[in-house]
Design a protein around this ligand. Structure first.
Ligand code: H79
Length: 503
């Protein structure tokens, strides 16, 4: 532990760390307590101690303390080289993600304890520490109150599976800096709560048992680590920046990221966020991306790893709470979206979208070639809000019948369909054009504009075959008088060759 190393070298702890140590001796920051032998704060800025030196120091310290020192955790190297990759290799790495189309996001952390409420205001969620200006010592009290006794990883994984989701991304750390896994590099973590368990470990197992890819969200921005900069403007007086060293923070972040990629391997995606503050430079993003791909060559990393999230770094784009009007042609993308108005749990937020809106959003996104990552904010007891469970069931009921039109689909071949959306399974020999009918035709005639292909047949997913015939440059499908599914009835048109549309 750092305290033992201290006997042999100077340990540079910035003032905030010392205050915290005094207040809560059980909570420290292994990632920030980098020891140096120079004694100079300036030298500490540029010093990252290598693992050989650390283990040497550790063994000296062990000898000096009668063997009470625990092994120092390995330090993640700075790896600026992004492994080279051909287009075919990237396609292979992205294949499962592109086929999935639908995933579950989970925002779960200490912020579930106040449940969005502070000093009579009820508008908060995962940003509560920042938005309600909660001092760090006050926020730390949630650590002693976090005990989600109803948490059932299998139940969560099953709900994601039954909704038709193919992957699950949960917060290993959000902007508040609290580690929801058993980090080796900080004591500000879930295993130090009364809960004691590691929910990430339990969930990784359960999610994989359901056949879904397990993924983690890890925030770059960190309002708790003493070396993270900048401080929030409202807390500078209480938490001065003096002594904080962003390079040490980067080492801590790399260490944490290396650990999640190792202990919970294989991760499908590492989903970074909170990259926009100007302390996070583009080369740091490249270094972090390279670390991820070095530890796991198959992992997928979102674009928020880089400071300028819209530039080239990362594997896919991440529109938030919005669906790009015409998709993002030529780019892999995933819209992340809440079901209500918040990411983290807010006990007052009952403003949930309807199942109809959510299904149509999923279809709209698939018709534009993107993925939907739909969020749930579980409570501090460890359960999904009832409205979220209801929406997941509704999505699942629709997906059970219509999933063929979503998984492995590609974007619409029509510029616009007046009654809904289109997704496609295209191969050179034979293709399926899925017509998602949001507005059912009153005259029972569904017109497919400008489709030139020879028709093999048509059917309603989960329903009967229907007749489809050429009418000039269009194809006209005769459908039942009323919509079999009020949200979105899918008509599958089976055609010869790749779909070709002239209108
Ligand atoms: O985790 C959830 C939110 O807590 C987190 N992202 C989702 C997935 C989030 N953090 N911040 N925000 C959402 C909104 C922040 C928006 C802004 Fe900016 C930050 C506006 C200006 C700075 C980033 C950079 C977005 C626009 C420019």
């Amino acid at each position: 532990m750092p305290g033992s190393v201290k006997r042999y070298c100077n340990l540079h702890l910035e003032p905030d760390y010392r205050k915290l140590s005094d207040a809560r001796s059980s909570i420290n920051f292994l990632g920030s307590a980098v020891s140096t032998c120079s004694g100079s704060p300036e030298a500490a800025k540029s010093t990252t101690i290598d693992s050989v030196t650390l283990s040497l120091l550790a063994s000296i310290a062990v000898m000096g303390t009668g063997g009470s020192l625990q092994a120092t955790p390995p330090q993640a190297p700075a790896t600026p080289v992004i492994p080279a990759e051909t287009k075919a290799q990237k396609d292979a790495r992205m294949a499962w993600w592109r086929k999935s189309r639908f995933g579950m996001f989970i925002h779960w952390g200490l912020y579930a304890v106040p449940a969005g409420e502070w000093n009579g205001k009820t508008e908060y969620a995962e940003w509560i520490r920042e938005s309600a200006h909660i001092p760090i010592k006050t926020y730390d009290k949630f650590v002693g109150q976090f005990n989600p006794v109803k948490f059932d990883a299998k139940a969560w994984a099953k709900m994601a599976h039954d909704a038709g989701m193919q992957y699950l991304v949960i917060t290993s750390k959000h902007h508040d800096g609290f580690n929801m896994f058993d980090s080796k590099y900080t004591d500000f973590k879930v295993t130090n709560t009364p809960f004691k368990r590691d929910p990430i470990k339990e969930l990784a197992k359960a999610v994989r048992s359901e056949g879904l890819k397990f993924c983690l969200y890890h925030s770059i921005m960190d309002w708790h680590h003493p070396d993270y900069l900048p401080r929030r403007s409202w807390e500078v007086a209480d938490r001065p920046e003096d002594g904080a060293n962003f390079d040490r923070f980067r080492q801590y972040l790399r260490n944490d990221v290396q650990q999640i990629l190792t202990d919970y391997a294989p991760l499908g995606v590492v989903w970074f966020d909170g990259e926009w503050e100007n302390t996070w430079k583009e080369p740091y993003g490249s270094e972090l991306y390279a670390l991820c791909r070095t530890v796991d060559p198959n992992v997928i990393v979102n674009n928020r790893v880089g400071h300028a999230r819209d530039r080239a770094l990362g594997d896919y784009s991440t529109p938030e709470q919005t669906i790009p009007p015409t998709g993002l042609p030529g780019v892999d993308w995933e819209t992340c979206m809440t079901m209500n108005d918040n990411w983290g749990y807010n006990s007052h937020d009952h403003n949930y979208k309807s199942v109809k809106v959510l299904v149509q959003d999923l279809v709209d996104i698939a018709s534009k070639g993107g993925n939907l990552l739909l969020n749930v904010g579980p409570t501090a007891e460890g359960v999904f809000p009832p409205e979220a469970i209801d929406r997941l069931k509704g999505l699942g009921a629709w997906m059970k019948v219509n999933h063929d039109s979503i998984y492995d689909s590609t974007a619409s071949v029509f510029e616009k369909l007046p009654y809904g959306r289109c997704t496609v399974h295209a191969t050179t020999g034979r293709s399926k054009v899925f017509l998602h009918v949001f507005d059912w035709p009153a005259d029972g005639k569904l017109v497919v504009p400008g489709l030139t292909n020879k028709i093999r047949g048509a059917r309603i997913l989960g329903g009967p075959k229907v007749s489809a015939e050429r009418t000039g440059t269009d194809v006209t499908i005769t459908v039942p008088a009323s919509a079999p599914n009020a949200i979105d009835t899918v008509v599958e048109l089976d055609v010869v060759g790749m779909p070709v549309v002239t209108k």
